[in-house]
Design a protein. Structure first.
Length: 309
């Protein structure tokens, strides 16, 4: 199968979940678990679990956290040979979830991601030269993003980018101008940050107009939370896709699984609407699991169904 190369953050997730309704300003009874995380790493792990050969380009520390991240990522089937162990410490993402599994607050220590510079990206030249898709996350520095886009352009590899957050989208906006993307996958807040206006509560037509103003982006897949998503294709009509509902155990990693499933289908050359539908199913399956990257993701998705509901 065609290989994906993912360039982005890798860190250790610390997830604390309350066993009762959260009370702010005091200690709450609950449980705490640690697991490998990071947007890029999660996407890479989910892609590999779905059956796509995947290489991760990232940076961790030489500490116990870094060793855990590498071990879990490699166990998922990801090639981690291009993950550098040069950070002073491995990045971390600490999330507090309420008793319903919804995120209450989180703190991201992603300083290690700033060590994924152009030199780390250029070291992946051979992997990118044979890649069918390059996936980037918004934790990258602008100069690393530019290096990755140029490298992918030289190789003729399509690029998918997840902006990750509104502040990071604003930081990367200048680096994206005039550079082609296959797919940009922002939520409405991130899309607003990229175009410089507030799109909270915006109707699909306004979102599509904003997406059209992004320049050389072929597809803009706008994630709209409870309203599902909107797929905007250059020169075509935007298509709305409904969210897939189900039980909520832990919301962590849902968006990463959503993007990974989308990329998996894109690499198969199937219609983008199939990719979006499978992405929504992957998000619902992940939310219904206690795992950030569900280890049985492949078996719970209708990967061979060409008429995914």
């Amino acid at each position: 199968m065609t290989r994906a190369v993912v360039v982005g953050g890798a860190n250790l997730d610390v997830k604390a979940r309350s066993t009762a309704a959260l009370e702010p300003g005091t200690s709450n009874p609950g449980t705490t678990v640690t697991a490998a995380g990071g947007v890029g790493r999660n996407v890479a792990a989910a892609l590999a679990l779905l059956g796509t050969p995947t290489t991760l380009v990232s940076v961790v520390g030489g500490d116990d956290a870094g060793r855990q991240v590498l071990a879990e990522t490699e166990a998922a089937g990801v090639d981690v040979s291009l993950v550098r162990r040069s950070a002073p410490r491995t990045g971390s993402y600490t999330a507090v979830l309420d008793d319903q599994g919804e995120l209450a607050v989180a703190v991201a220590d992603m300083e290690a991601s700033d060590l994924v510079g152009p030199e780390a990206v250029l070291a992946a030249r051979r992997a990118v030269s044979s890649a069918g898709l390059v996936v980037l996350d918004g934790n990258l520095r602008p100069d690393a993003l530019v290096a990755a886009l140029e490298l992918a352009g030289e190789a003729g590899a399509p690029v998918v980018l997840d902006p990750v957050s509104a502040p990071k989208a604003r930081r990367l906006a200048g680096a994206l101008r005039g550079r082609p993307l296959h797919t940009l996958s922002p939520n409405t807040t991130e899309l607003g940050a990229l175009v410089g206006r507030d799109l909270a509560g915006a109707a699909p037509a306004e979102l599509a107009a904003a997406a059209a103003g992004l320049g050389d982006v072929t597809h803009v897949w706008v994630r709209r939370g409870r309203d599902g998503s909107l797929l905007c294709t250059a020169g075509g009509r935007p298509r709305q896709h409904a969210r897939v509902d189900g039980p909520v155990v832990d919301v962590t990693g849902a968006g990463d699984a959503m993007l990974a499933a989308y990329c998996h289908v894109v690499l198969q050359g199937r219609p983008l609407d199939d990719a979006v539908r499978l992405g929504h199913l992957a998000a619902a399956a992940t939310v219904a699991s206690p795992h950030t990257v569900r280890p049985d993701l492949r078996s719970v998705l209708p990967l061979d169904d060409r008429s995914t509901p």
